[in-house]
Write a protein that binds this ligand. Structure first.
Ligand code: ZN
Length: 162
């Protein structure tokens, strides 16, 4: 007899009402399964934007990059907001770096190499998480849309500086 739960059978589970990733109110009926290295699988609630935006979307379980993707997305959107409001004024070297990043093919190796040449600043702080998510997710995946949006905005600002 197997002791592991049979997920093909309907079961009553208590699912928290906030999104596991972002903490916003969860969308009713949107859940995922976390398989911890020790202990039984846990059902987790998600909100619709996280469920449809995460690299592991379409999977019933939480993907290996989903948690980091959320941190990366949050940080990229915060940075884009800070740039738009003028609270963050990137160094010209950061804008030039963003311009190169916008044109590059994204992979973990490419971002790690870029990281070594990246100018110090708030943009550089995103690169570690970006590289880690790229380990599990192809660079053209829509999950990177918030980061691409930030990079494109900065690249456009670099071009406007000419
Ligand atoms: Zn969420």
């Amino acid at each position: 007899m197997s002791l592991s739960p049979d997920f093909s059978r309907p079961q009553l589970v208590a699912v928290p009402s906030v999104c596991h990733l972002c903490g916003a109110p969860a969308t009713a009926g949107v859940t995922t399964v976390l398989h911890p290295s020790g202990g039984p699988p846990r059902h987790l609630a998600l909100c619709m934007p996280c469920d449809s935006g995460r690299p592991g979307r379409g999977r019933t379980d939480l993907g290996p990059a989903d948690d980091l993707w959320w941190v990366l997305t949050r940080d990229a959107e915060a940075l884009r907001g800070a740039f738009a409001s003028g609270e963050w004024v990137p160094y010209p070297s950061e804008l030039a770096f963003a311009e190169a990043l916008a044109l590059a093919a994204w992979s973990e190796d490419a971002i790690r190499a870029a990281q070594r040449a990246a100018p110090r600043g708030r943009l550089a702080l995103l690169l570690d998480n970006l590289a880690l998510v790229l380990r599990f997710t192809p660079g053209h995946d829509p999950a990177f849309t918030p980061v691409r949006r930030l990079v494109d905005v900065l690249a456009n600002a670099a071009r406007d500086d000419w």
